[in-house]
Design a binder for this molecule. Structure first.
Ligand SMILES: [Zn+2]
Length: 309
């Protein structure tokens, strides 16, 4: 009998990415469908199931050829109840029973996790983590996402809120307000919008983070200050994370990381400044490698390890 496949679904606000992978994490096939957010996202599960069966049949296979499915979804996942909360951009109510609904729809074991955690598992398994079991991923996009992998497993915490690195408080006085209700979160200064926030604080304006980096490269002092402060706050968070977890790798991904050396060089300097020397000895700071595939690769890893344990 041929070796079984893994199925992986990465549910986002505009598209659902789907993939079949080998149990070694190689993508056999990947495709995507639009995320139907109408009627509070109530059609999403049925859409995934229909697309999954169609592609499975196209390969001449049945569910008996699939070991399990792993799913990444945008919100804290309850590891015991199999529910997703806070998926406001899809329309799901808090405590949405994603695991149960998908298991009924595709008749396979389903394992769910927060999407940022799935991306961290993906980078750990097949990307910048290089298989090291202790990896922290920080994604700098519109917001700041995080995932903590320790000994090969995601740290979920008691109710799925572990690894919310974007909400580490780094500015203690007059911090910008955050979507979470707090002020001064890492996300308010190290995301794409955060860098623009820091630039605007200097009395300047820019439409996006890319422009701020361009202005900094062109010698604009306010833009250089904004980039330096972003690296400082990120370095402060990374240093404290490294002191807490002693990981082998901290992987930086997302659109803002495309700034490359302009961000990574000052970041390295601040990480060294804020990290306990013994933790620094083994720490490597790296750019993410898998891009948009990190989510499905991580979801497949989740399906693999959870279905054998
Ligand atoms: Zn926050």
């Amino acid at each position: 009998m041929a070796e079984k496949r893994l199925a992986a679904f990465d549910i986002g606000g505009t598209t659902v990415k789907l993939a079949f992978l080998t149990t070694e994490g190689e993508i056999i096939r990947k495709w995507s469908i639009p995320t139907d957010r109408t009627d509070k996202g109530s059609r999403i599960v049925a859409d995934i199931a229909r697309s999954f069966y169609k592609e499975l049949k196209a390969d001449g296979l049945t569910t008996a050829d699939v070991l399990a499915a792993g799913v990444g979804a945008p919100g804290p996942a309850d590891p015991v109840l199999g529910t997703i909360s806070g998926a406001v951009n899809i329309g799901w109510p808090n405590g949405y029973p994603l695991k149960q609904l998908l298991e009924e729809a595709i008749e396979l074991p389903v394992f769910i996790e927060n999407d940022a955690n799935c991306a961290a598992l993906g980078e750990m398994w097949k990307g910048a983590g290089g298989g090291a079991g202790d990896v922290v991923c920080i994604t700098l996009g519109t917001g700041v996402g995080g995932g903590v992998v320790s000994k090969g497993m995601i740290i979920t915490g008691v109710n799925g809120a572990a690894g919310e690195i974007g909400h580490i408080t780094v500015v203690t006085e007059n911090g910008f307000p955050c979507n979470c209700g707090k002020r001064g979160c890492l996300e308010t200064v190290a995301s794409a919008t955060g860098i623009v926030n820091l630039y605007k604080q200097q009395g300047k304006d820019a439409p996006d983070a890319r422009t701020v980096f361009e202005q900094a490269a062109a010698g604009d002092a306010a833009a250089q200050y904004a980039v330096d402060r972003c690296a400082f706050y990120l370095g402060l968070a990374v240093g404290n994370i490294a002191n807490t977890l002693n990981p082998a790798k901290i992987v930086i991904g997302g659109g803002v990381s495309e700034a490359g050396a302009a961000l990574m060089q000052p970041l390295e300097k601040y990480v060294r400044e804020f990290t306990f020397p013994r933790a620094m000895d083994v720490l490597a700071l790296q750019k993410a490698q898998l891009g948009n595939d990190a989510g499905v690769i991580g979801a497949a890893y989740l399906a693999k390890v959870m279905s054998v344990s």
